[in-house]
Design a protein around this ligand. Structure first.
Ligand SMILES: C[S@@+](CC[C@H](N)C(=O)[O-])C[C@H]1O[C@@H](n2cnc3c(N)ncnc32)[C@H](O)[C@@H]1O
Length: 357
């Protein structure tokens, strides 16, 4: 074939090697998921260097399957193998990534989110080919808990200590006693963090996905939080309670009509209220983003499978995507009528905007 003449073998093998590595990585993700769901990583973290038989006993999994799984993990550098003792183990770093839920580096939520997409791959193909919307609730449940587990470390690490203090006058109000709306709250992690930190404030948390709200309610009851209430509600129908703070965490771009929703949120705010929008980290401009933002490929992937279809399933169906970038996001907030829009904070994972009347 004439096109073969133009193939540069070196570049071809480089691309092939890179994609082969991604495929091996996909298998490693599935191995990571098995280890998380079966509790093997946690068992290994608990007992230290051990034989396959001892790890199988501690984690109550089949010994032969476990040997194959451990070998795959060891080949990928996810666990260690000591040939002299024939024992497998986790380093502290491997434990922080695979075994320990509360470490900011725990990767298992992200793994769960990706695996959830493979589970319903036929739906993904149908959505992609037809261009139809795909409501949030049509995803496998791994999508909901994976999303929560993925975002939780960033919220736990930054929301109370950096993001809220970065916004003018907000922290003082929350300490004294403010009324807050957390919109598109999912399983309510951000709502619970605020309710715990600011007992004088009242948090109203809204999401239109009923099962997520049910789960969030259970979690809040377990924590004994009495200043937090959950509601099943579309973001466009938030009651006009003169909120001091309305916030949306990693969900504004999932909405069909982000500008229309920002306009209606503006009407629910007190005159001196603040609208806080937290979005995934992104840079301005496609070329800049794909070249200089190491997370962009992953987020465009989630955008293809989850965020753009979720938006297209709602009225207007703007399909903003999770990588719109700060300039575009600030333009949209201004076009909703907010006169003061600022990038208040940024971390490796998120952009935080503050919008005031
Ligand atoms: C990516 S999740 C983020 C959830 C949560 N804020 C978090 O950070 O863990 C997006 C959430 O937005 C919700 N959502 C999307 N569009 C919505 C709308 N129009 N009204 C209310 N909730 C919406 C979804 O149900 C989902 O729970």
């Amino acid at each position: 074939m004439s096109t073969d003449i133009q193939v540069n073998q070196e570049k071809l093998m480089e691309l092939f090697g890179s994609v082969f590595n991604d495929v091996a990585g996909s298998m490693a993700i599935m191995m990571s998921y098995l280890g998380d769901q079966s509790g093997v990583y946690r068992a290994m973290d608990k007992i230290g260097p051990a034989s396959v038989a001892d790890i199988a006993k501690e984690s109550e999994v089949d010994e032969r399957y476990l040997l194959e799984w451990l070998s795959s993990n060891a080949g990928r550098g996810y666990v260690n193998y000591n040939a002299a003792t024939e024992e497998f183990s986790l380093t502290p770093e491997q434990a922080a990534v695979f075994a320990r839920e509360n470490e900011p580096t725990c990767i298992q939520g992200l793994v769960q989110g990706v695996v959830g997409q493979f589970v319903k791959e036929d739906v993904a193909v149908d959505v992609f080919k037809t261009g139809r919307g795909r409501p949030w609730g049509e995803h496998h449940e791994c999508c909901f808990c994976g999303t929560e587990r993925f975002f939780r470390p960033a919220y736990a690490g930054h929301l109370l200590d950096e993001w809220i203090p970065a916004m003018t006058g907000v922290e003082e109000k929350l300490k004294k006693g403010a009324i807050v709306a957390d919109i598109g709250c999912g399983l309510g992690t951000s709502s619970m963090l605020m309710a715990e930190q600011y007992p004088n404030s009242t948090i109203h948390a809204f999401d239109f996905h009923g099962p997520s709200i049910e789960e969030a309610k259970k979690r809040a009851i377990e924590k004994g939080l009495s200043n937090l209430e959950f509601f099943v509600s579309d973001a466009a129908e938030i009651p006009k309670n003169s909120y001091d703070l309305a916030c949306i965490f990693d969900a504004w771009h999932d909405m069909g009509d982000p500008v229309g929703i920002a306009k209606s949120i503006k009407e629910t705010l007190a005159d001196d209220g603040t609208f806080m929008v937290v979005e995934p980290m992104a840079l301005d401009g496609l070329e800049n983003n794909i070249t200089n933002n190491p997370s962009s490929s992953m987020f465009y992937g989630f955008g293809t499978l989850i965020c753009v279809p979720a938006s297209k399933a709602q009225p207007v169906g703007l399909g903003l995507g999770p990588q719109a970038g700060p300039k575009k996001l600030m333009e949209l907030l201004s076009s909703a009528g907010f006169s003061n829009v600022e990038l208040a904070a940024e971390t490796t994972s998120n952009l935080v905007f503050q919008a005031n009347n």
